[in-house]
Design a protein around this ligand. Structure first.
Ligand code: BG6
Length: 531
């Protein structure tokens, strides 16, 4: 692949040039997987890069009794195991560890919130965190509403969503409060609305940061810079030139011990409603007037609103759902989904979903967006493929073609935004190979993130935690976005629930999904782009 040559010396830039206010980050669910695998390693990376505020504490909160030191030891082991910046640097860890604390409390026990309050008041005094607080809900979602309610009742939440930069070293004053809420945000439209309503009893929208970690991925943000920072692609980014768009999030693993959670979710709740519709909105949105949080989110939500409701009478031509049965993946055997621990007997939960969506707006009318995601597929890949139209004249009748039986077809241009792994962008073009004949072969122009910048992109949670500390909600989901996305998928989920296993296809683990899905796109005269 062609290597991109940078025209400046700057290969990387600091995540942000602003330093956040002093603040306390309270993590509810400190003994959970997210805290170990993502949140504390992200704090470590921020500390490593000098991006944490000088006045900062992180407080883990969970039911079990343990000392600060035991919590620190556990978190050190987690960073050792999961950080992208290994081996761990003891001096960086020690600096972070001194600001890492643990409070034992049950989420629904008022006394625990009193202990938390006393702790935070002390922290304001000792660490100068100035009454600024971020509450991070990393618990099972059933606990969200009651945590919010208790936080409010304990007087732990101020009205302010922002404050003077630099914080208040005296620890006086009320400070600001923000809340980060993990996905899943509800399980359908009505539960999402109820959670929004409960959250709004205590927090104002500007204080609420609904997280979707896909938005923190560097290459997802690159969709916007690529589109709006260059003038040659945007004029071609519409129905006149684009034949269709494919979004693929494939995962090679099965449910791997998460059967109990996954069986209540399925591919649409787990991936489509959030990550994939977010990707779609970035690919399809109009240019915002500015990069202010609401300007960007206004444009994203307009796209979501313009998606035509899925025609449920056409299930099978606009939606496919399937479940994997045993198969092998990279030499490993993956058991049948229905046999996984925690999965209900007779389960109808989809581990694979494909949807054909239409966006009814001026730019995209008539251009289908195919969304496809699944567990136990051949590879872990997330990519967006923009497939351009066929050239209007087939001048090169002898074009060489990977599908040799179709010599009169030219492979149309395709722009691929690879979100992960091997993050990058490539453009398929037709070129003449050496020789006396005029013929055409497909070739690729491309940029690979790691080759160009010499580093791997930072983890999504680093960027998102930092943005929240800075009070920047651009990469978080606004209330109307989450509800609009649920409004689109809820009727589909309800129809599937009503149909049970009837209409549920199957595919062997390690394959690219059910044959029904191939027929589904072939009926439109198109093919899946399998990386
Ligand atoms: C999570 C889903 O939101 O995203 C998981 O709950 C999924 O099921 C994960 O595996 C994928 O994230 P990533 O960053 O590994 O692509």
């Amino acid at each position: 692949m062609t290597r991109v040559q940078l025209l400046t010396d700057a290969t990387t830039q600091p995540l942000r040039d602003q330093v956040p206010d002093g603040c306390a980050l309270v993590i509810f669910g400190a003994s959970g997987d997210l805290t170990r695998r993502k949140l504390v390693p992200a704090l470590y990376a921020l500390a490593h890069d000098g991006l944490l505020p000088g006045r900062f504490v992180a407080v883990g909160l969970a039911r079990r009794e343990k000392s600060h030191q035991v919590f620190r030891d556990e978190m050190r082991a987690a960073v050792d195991q999961f950080s992208r910046l290994r081996p761990l640097k003891p001096e960086v860890w020690d600096r972070l560890a001194q600001r890492l604390y643990y409070v034992s409390a049950s989420f629904d026990d008022a006394a625990g919130y009193e202990r938390l309050r006393a702790f935070l008041v002390d922290a304001d005094r000792e660490h100068g965190t100035a009454g600024n607080r971020i509450f991070y809900l990393a618990t099972p979602p059933v606990a969200y509403a009651s945590i919010v309610d208790r936080l409010g009742a304990a007087g732990l939440v101020s009205d302010a969503w922002d404050g003077p930069r630099g914080g208040d070293a005296t620890g006086k004053g009320q400070g600001w409060s923000r809340i980060i809420i993990e996905k899943p945000f509800g399980r359908d439209l009505s539960t999402a609305r109820a959670l929004n309503a409960d959250t709004h009893k205590v927090f104002r929208e500007r204080q609420v940061y609904r997280i979707d970690h896909y938005l923190g991925k560097e290459t997802v943000q690159n969709i916007l810079t690529f589109r709006f920072g260059n003038s040659i692609f945007e004029p071609l980014w519409n129905r006149r030139y684009v034949d269709h768009v494919q979004l693929l999030v494939s995962e090679d693993l099965g449910v791997e011990g998460r059967g109990e959670y996954y069986d209540t979710a399925g591919a649409v709740r787990d991936m489509v409603q959030n990550h994939m519709l977010q990707l779609l909105s970035l690919v399809a949105m109009e240019p915002p007037a500015t990069f202010e949080p609401d300007a960007v989110r206004d444009e994203k939500v307009k796209v979501l609103r313009a998606i035509r409701p899925v025609d449920l009478t056409r299930a099978g031509s606009v939606t496919i759902r399937a479940q994997y049965v045993s198969g092998s993946q990279g030499g490993r055997k993956i058991p049948t989904y229905a046999d996984e621990p925690g999965v209900a007997e007779g389960t109808a939960t989809e581990t694979y979903a494909a949807l054909r969506l239409e966006i009814d707006n001026w730019r995209w009318a008539g251009v289908p967006f195919y969304l496809r995601t699944g567990k136990a597929l051949p590879k872990r890949v997330t990519e967006v493929a923009i497939q351009y139209r066929q050239p209007p004249l087939l001048l090169f009748a002898h074009a060489e073609h990977p599908r040799h039986e179709e010599r009169d077809v030219i492979e149309p241009n395709r722009l691929t935004l690879r979100i992960q792994p091997d993050e990058g962008i490539s453009l398929r073009v037709g070129l003449k190979p050496p020789g006396p004949r005029i013929s055409l072969v497909p070739a690729r122009l491309g940029f690979v993130y790691r080759d160009t910048f010499g580093v791997d992109p930072a983890e999504a949670y680093e960027r998102l935690l930092l943005d929240c500390m800075l009070g920047d909600s651009t990469l978080f989901i606004r209330r109307d976005e989450v509800e609009t996305a649920w409004a689109l998928v809820t009727p589909v989920l309800e129809a599937w629930a009503a149909a049970g296993r009837s209409g549920l296809a199957s595919y062997p683990a390690g394959s690219w999904g059910p044959t029904e899905a191939d027929r589904f796109i072939q009926a439109d005269g198109r093919e899946w782009v399998n990386p």
